[in-house]
Write a protein that binds this ligand. Structure first.
Ligand SMILES: CC(C)(COP(=O)(O)OP(=O)(O)OC[C@H]1O[C@@H](n2cnc3c(N)ncnc32)[C@H](O)[C@@H]1OP(=O)(O)O)[C@@H](O)C(=O)NCCC(=O)NCCS
Length: 178
C-alpha cells in the first residue's frame, strides 16, 4: 500500500452517516490481456523505461497490460517455448510504481503460463535482479536455461551477456478453473 493512494471503492470515503472525507482516490489499474490496439502504448512504455522492444508486435500474444481508465500504465509479456515460458518486458509507468502493479502483472503472467500448460518460467534482466526474488524467481546460470528459450530474440539479441538469468517453477500453481 502506498501512502496517498487508496484502493477502496472509488468515491466511497467517509464514515457511515458522515460527510465523505476529502481525499484523492486512485484506483488500482485493471490487469487484462493485451490487444493489438495496445501495441503503440506498450512500445512507448517499454522505450520510455529503456527495455528492449525487439520481437514485439501485434497481436501481443501472451502480453498483459495494466489499464487505468483506458491508459496502459504497465505491461508484462510471456513468450511460449513448449513447457517453458520467457517472461519479458515487465514495466510500470514511473508515476504508477510501488502500488503492487508490477507484482499483479507478473502474477497474472505466471497464472497464464500455468494455465497454458507451462512448467517453468525464465527471464533475463539487467535492472531488476533484486526485484524478481519477491515473485519467486531465483538466479540460475544462463547455461541452465532450456535451449529453446536461449534461442529467443531476447536471449540472442536484446539482452547483454551480463544480464542475469532467473527461473521460477509454475507447476505448483493452481490451474484456474480446475
Ligand atoms: C520493476 C517494476 C516493473 C516494478 O513495478 P512496481 O509496480 O513498482 O512493482 P511493485 O509495486 O510490485 O513492487 C514495488 C517494490 O519493488 C521494489 N522495486 C521496484 N523496482 C525494483 C528494481 N528494479 N530492483 C529492486 N527492487 C525494485 C520497490 O522498491 C518496491 O519495494 P517495497 O515494496 O519494499 O517498497 C518497475 O520498477 C519498472 O517498470 N522498472 C523499470 C523496468 C524494469 O527494470 N523492468 C524489469 C526488467 S524485465
Amino acid at each position: 500500500m502506498v501512502p496517498g493512494l487508496s484502493y477502496g471503492c472509488p468515491g466511497g470515503g467517509g464514515a457511515r452517516g458522515g460527510r465523505p472525507r476529502a481525499r484523492s482516490v486512485t484506483r488500482a489499474p485493471r490487469i487484462r490481456a493485451a490487444t493489438a490496439a495496445d501495441l503503440p502504448s506498450v512500445l512507448a512504455l517499454l522505450r520510455a523505461v529503456d527495455l528492449p522492444v525487439d520481437g514485439i508486435g501485434a497481436p501481443l500474444t501472451g502480453f498483459v497490460v495494466a489499464d487505468r481508465d483506458g491508459q496502459v500504465v504497465g505491461v508484462a509479456g510471456l513468450e511460449a517455448y513448449g513447457p517453458a515460458g520467457l517472461l519479458r518486458s515487465v514495466a510500470v509507468r514511473p508515476d504508477g510504481r510501488g502500488g503492487g502493479t508490477g507484482r499483479r502483472l507478473v502474477e497474472r503472467v505466471l497464472v497464464d503460463a500455468r494455465a497454458s500448460g507451462m512448467r517453468d518460467v525464465y527471464l533475463l534482466t539487467t535492472t531488476a535482479a533484486d526485484y524478481f526474488p519477491r515473485l519467486g524467481f531465483r538466479p540460475i546460470p544462463r547455461s541452465a536455461v532450456p535451449p529453446a528459450v536461449q534461442g529467443s530474440v531476447e536471449f540472442r539479441e536484446a539482452c547483454p551477456a551480463s544480464a542475469v538469468a532467473m527461473h521460477r517453477a509454475v507447476r505448483d500453481l493452481p490451474v484456474p478453473g480446475r
